[in-house]
Design a protein around this ligand. Structure first.
Ligand SMILES: [Zn+2]
Length: 359
């Protein structure tokens, strides 16, 4: 066993030194990574509007301005899901954020309505509390119908169910508290600094938010169908103001996070790629869900996956698949869980009772 442990240590050192001495980019694990997702794009224009303002254009302009402003802070790294007018599939957006091990995922959109409704609202993932929220999520989710193989790719979702888009699939509620905190800061900035109408923080079943494993929000920056607000959203000064308000919220959130160092929340960290390592004091499990819902740890509740275990952590129940000290085996189990539809599943390790999230 000792050999294996030394093997991990040696390999980690090699990986670490390899990075530290490479010339392209300084290694700074403390960099705060923000993925900015401009909604829609390309063949998907977003919501229709008689005012001639296109959601995909407004979303992109705000996204770019937001990124430009955040990039001025050298501690923040910005990654875009799109920088031009191109079509990006919904599940690809979350994948970009997960691969980048981002600290935040910010999706930017505009609302539309047949009335002269106005104001900004920010969503976190959750059950639709009312029909209006459901309609907003439904409209944003409809983009998947423009994708190839959408029946297969999104088989787990029931896009037409107002009760719950994700009713039968437990979510990773792990990041809900931080998502709500950030969403509230965005709304506070809109209301207090820009005097925007505050339509509050809301929850609904957005597919794009269901694909990420980090705090994630979707901002409906305003109504392109409202005459006055549509003009504001389409103006460069309006876009700049909105981007600035979001950037301020992100900075405030970042300060809060480092000040509080949230208990029990670990950033997803890269796993050292080691094949067939069996370690006596570490065991691995696949976390498939974290939810305030307490369900029985039985295969029938988890799409037939056996070996389900459950543990309560704070207000959430964590649901795991598998329990092994063999890293290769847990990687196989992770693939199996993902193929069953648990797309945000990830590996966690327990070493001397300390839990770490691996990617
Ligand atoms: Zn949209």
């Amino acid at each position: 066993m000792k050999t294996n442990i030394s093997y991990i240590i040696v390999l980690s050192l090699i990986l670490f030194c390899g990075n530290a001495f490479s010339n392209d980019k300084p290694v700074d694990s403390k960099r705060f990574v923000v993925v900015i997702d401009a909604g829609h794009g390309g063949k998907d224009p977003g919501k229709p509007s008689k005012t001639g303002v296109r959601e995909k254009d407004v979303a992109l302009k705000i996204a770019l301005l937001l990124g430009e402003e955040l990039s001025k802070n050298r501690e923040i790294e910005v990654i875009y899901t799109r920088k031009t007018d191109v079509f990006v599939e919904l599940d690809r957006r979350g994948e970009i954020a997960n691969k980048a091990k981002a600290d935040l995922f910010i999706s930017i959109h505009c609302n539309a309505h047949t009335s002269q409704a106005s104001g900004a609202e920010t969503y976190v993932l959750g059950l639709h509390r009312n029909n209006t929220n459901f309609e907003v999520a439904k409209a944003e989710n409809e983009v998947i119908f423009l994708e190839d193989n959408y029946e297969e790719k999104y088989a787990q979702y029931n896009l037409n169910s107002p009760e719950s888009l994700i009713g039968l699939t437990l979510m990773q509620e792990e990041f809900l508290d931080q998502s709500i905190q950030l969403a509230s800061l965005v709304q506070d900035n809109f209301r207090e600094k820009l005097n925007r109408k505050d339509r509050s923080v809301k929850q609904a079943g957005f597919v794009v938010l269901h694909q990420t494993v980090m705090p994630s929000i979707l901002i409906e920056t305003g109504f392109i169908t409202n005459n006055e607000e549509g003009r504001y959203l389409n103006s460069s000064s309006g876009q700049r103001e909105i981007a600035h308000a979001i950037a301020t919220a992100i900075e405030e959130y970042r300060e809060n996070v480092s000040a509080n160092d949230f208990l029990g929340i670990s950033k997803v960290v890269p796993a050292v790629e080691v094949k067939d390592v069996v370690s006596e004091d570490t065991n691995y499990k696949v976390q498939i869900a974290a939810s305030s819902k307490n369900v029985e740890a039985k295969a029938y509740n988890f799409k037939g996956l056996p070996e389900i275990s459950k543990e309560k952590e704070g207000r959430l129940y964590k649901y795991y698949y598998g329990d092994t000290s063999n890293y290769s085996e847990i990687q196989r189990k992770l693939s199996e869980a993902k193929s069953k539809g648990y797309k945000t599943a990830y590996i966690v390790s327990f070493k001397n009772g300390v839990k770490t999230i691996l990617n």
